[in-house]
Design a protein around this ligand. Structure first.
Ligand SMILES: Cc1cn([C@H]2C[C@H](O)[C@@H](COP(=O)(O)OP(=O)(O)O[C@H]3O[C@@H](C)C(=O)[C@@H](O)[C@H]3O)O2)c(=O)[nH]c1=O
Length: 187
């Protein structure tokens, strides 16, 4: 498993070694010592991962942007089936990359895992017919602590790879036209 930095401080991309043979493939998806080393080598605190989630989405689904306000979660995200455009937005006011976003394709082909630290909002858009996302979190989910920021927030101006004339499929919570409690970036 290789770990590389991204242009946003603390956002890491893990790239596994894939062993392909006539049966299919094999790869390690978590190895605690490699994971820990990636953080200690960068003088970052090693996160404890306390919850794992899986969701399935169909093409054109967009989930996010989500974050927990008082109990922020770091998230280690991978895709076991299909392909997504995964987005992290830096909401850490003291950060040199505050307000910036990063988008990365994660797929069952590339096997990449994106580490999104605490203090970021997270969302993704599904590019394949179906996508299964598996992600581990460093804090427990707390429904009443969760905040949603509009995926199409004009200040963030995230360049989602949504085809022209396609409306993404969103939950009521993630629909800026329906959810009156949505957070506006910078407000
Ligand atoms: C996230 C989550 C949801 N749920 C429940 C609440 C709800 O009834 C149902 C579906 O929840 P949601 O609609 O919030 O699911 P979803 O929109 O997939 O929420 C997720 O979106 C991505 C972008 C993230 O970053 C995640 O942290 C999480 O916020 O599952 C849990 O029980 N535990 C959890 O950890």
């Amino acid at each position: 498993m290789k770990c590389i930095n991204t242009e946003l401080a603390g956002v890491l991309l893990f790239s596994p070694q894939k062993f392909i043979d006539e049966r299919g493939f094999f790869m390690e998806t978590l190895r605690q010592n490699v994971f820990n080393d990636a953080f200690t080598q960068r003088d970052l605190t090693v996160p404890q991962l306390v919850q794992e989630n899986q969701s399935r989405s169909v093409k054109n689904v967009l989930r996010g942007l989500h974050f927990q306000q008082h109990f922020p979660q770091g998230k280690l995200i991978r895709v076991s089936r299909g392909c997504i455009f995964d987005v992290a937005v830096d909401l850490r006011q003291e950060s040199s990359t505050y307000g910036q976003w990063i988008g990365q394709q994660l797929s069952d082909e590339n096997g990449y895992q994106m580490w999104i630290p605490k203090g970021f909002a997270h969302g993704f858009y599904v590019l394949s017919d179906v996508a299964d996302i598996i992600y581990k979190c460093s804090e427990y989910y707390q429904a009443d602590d969760e905040q949603t920021m509009a995926w199409n927030d004009p200040t963030l101006n995230i360049q989602w790879p949504i085809p022209a004339n396609v409306e993404p499929i969103v939950s009521r919570k993630d629909n800026p036209n329906i959810n009156p409690n949505m957070i506006t970036f910078g407000a």
